[in-house]
Write a protein that binds this ligand. Structure first.
Ligand SMILES: [Zn+2]
Length: 108
């Protein structure tokens, strides 16, 4: 399968809004193939392999469902189960221990 080519956006407005809502000082969030960062640098993010794997799992989820369907299902899950128990987040946390999740991902 073709690699997912992802880009990083530092100081993302969107991530800043999400961080405020999540009461989190640093935050990464994926939308489509862009990893939005707030309160962290590209270098700090990339040096944290578990964090990178977590977001790589979300990149795969976007590829599987397509951006708009993924966002729809994610929001439905969030409303039903909250952030932590949302199955997309459960899968992403499991992926933090899975080196294979990075195989098809290239971060530009
Ligand atoms: Zn996540």
């Amino acid at each position: 399968m073709e690699k997912i080519k992802a880009t990083i956006r530092v100081d993302s407005r969107l991530a800043a809004v999400a961080a405020k809502r999540m009461k989190s000082e640093r935050l990464a969030m994926v939308v489509g193939t862009t990893i939005h960062l707030h309160g962290t640098t590209r270098e700090e993010f990339l040096s944290d392999i578990h964090w990178v794997r977590h977001e790589a799992c979300h990149l795969h989820q976007y590829r599987e469902f397509g951006t708009f369907r993924f966002l729809y299902f994610y929001i439905v899950e969030w409303i039903r189960k909250g952030y932590y128990n949302n199955h997309f987040e459960v899968a992403a946390r499991a992926a933090e221990r899975d080196p294979g999740v990075l195989r098809d991902v290239e971060i530009l």
